[in-house]
Design a protein around this ligand. Sequence first.
Ligand SMILES: Cc1cc2nc3c(=O)[nH]c(=O)nc-3n(C[C@H](O)[C@H](O)[C@H](O)COP(=O)(O)OP(=O)(O)OC[C@H]3O[C@@H](n4cnc5c(N)ncnc54)[C@H](O)[C@@H]3O)c2cc1C
Length: 387
Amino acid sequence: MTDPHAPSHPEIREAVAKLCAGFPGEYWRALDRDRTYPTEFVRTLTEAGFLSVLIPEEYGGSGLGLGAATAVLEEIHRSGCNGGACHAQMYTMGTILRHGTAEQKARYLPAIASGELRLQAFGVTEPTSGTDTTRLTTFARRDGDNYIVNGQKIWISRAEHSDLMVLLCRTTPRDEAAKPSDGMSVLLVDMREAVGKGLTIRPIRTMLNHATTELFFDNLVVPAANLIGAEGKGFKYILDGMNAERILIASECIGDGRFFIERAAAYAREREVFGRPIGQNQGIQFPIARAHVQLTAAALMVDKAAAMFDSGVPCGTEANMAKLLSSEASWYAADMCVQTHGGFGFAEEYDIERKFRETRLYQVAPISTNLILSHVGTHVLGLPKSF
Ligand SMILES: Cc1cc2nc3c(=O)[nH]c(=O)nc-3n(C[C@H](O)[C@H](O)[C@H](O)COP(=O)(O)OP(=O)(O)OC[C@H]3O[C@@H](n4cnc5c(N)ncnc54)[C@H](O)[C@@H]3O)c2cc1C
């Protein structure tokens, strides 16, 4: 039997950890202070090929599975770095890969694989509809060879650092569609042409450095050739991509959790108060141990969901459960780590308060805990839907 404790993809993990060592806490602290984008980190990851692991070899990527991608993101987060600035470059292209025409794939995927084109903006959420996606109102009206887009999006991350954006909008009003999830379409928006000509991007300052924005569409012209898949079927295409996103975000939570547990255990071994290491006190030791137990269980769920995804087995429930468990495990570990460090948990130079703020996001985005529980309650357990 192979070692059950051995992490998957050891070579990838080792290479990522080595790369991340070049981007220590000082680097992230300075960016966090000014809310600036980690350009150098993203460039280095791109050049090393880590952001194109999911792109098939025929298009210039390494053609690996989601299991390899989770190893990359987990290791980034474990090392104290943050993949949020670029993780979408890994998976947003899946919409083109799965639903694009041969011409669209040949045109975009090799350039995305090389990093020449950045496709890391994904526009779904709107201020009024929130999680109730079928009520989004951003509308693309067909006009000859173009679509004319009007509306608004919120929380669209990396829009200022992306050449392309996958945009979900309505092409048929909800009340005229056969069912609420029909009548939405996916357009590939070329941000380089759109900004200032119908698209305005307004950054939103948040409690973490995430380059998130609000988007305003005012008669933006998008060529009809940029429609991905069939008109009106976009909601299904977006759902297809969400499983990958949730599993990858879950792996970031696992990485964060490992960061907190390793830091807390190291500090608890060394810090002496009342003449003994604080970790000798069970009030400190047990929460660290509990965080490890919870995180280990969550990591198994992430591995299972990734393996199912890679085998082509439907994995919506497992992807959701992996995201819920890992985001709660990383948050418990974050809280424990602050407590273990006492006052120093609040000092910027320890990076714990920064990671604490960063890992809180995952219980809300890309999908909030309640919506996952609702999925499990209704789809798995057959309970009546509350909305
Ligand atoms: C930093 C950041 C980056 C993001 N990046 C992107 C991005 O790149 N692209 C993108 O499209 N979106 C992005 N999002 C949006 C994110 O996916 C949403 O914030 C998230 O899905 C929750 O939606 P909402 O904020 O509209 O909350 P709402 O839908 O308004 O919900 C608010 C709260 O109420 C709960 N709730 C709502 N309805 C129910 C119900 N029926 N039963 C029980 N509880 C309910 C929710 O669980 C949630 O806790 C980002 C968000 C943040 C904060």
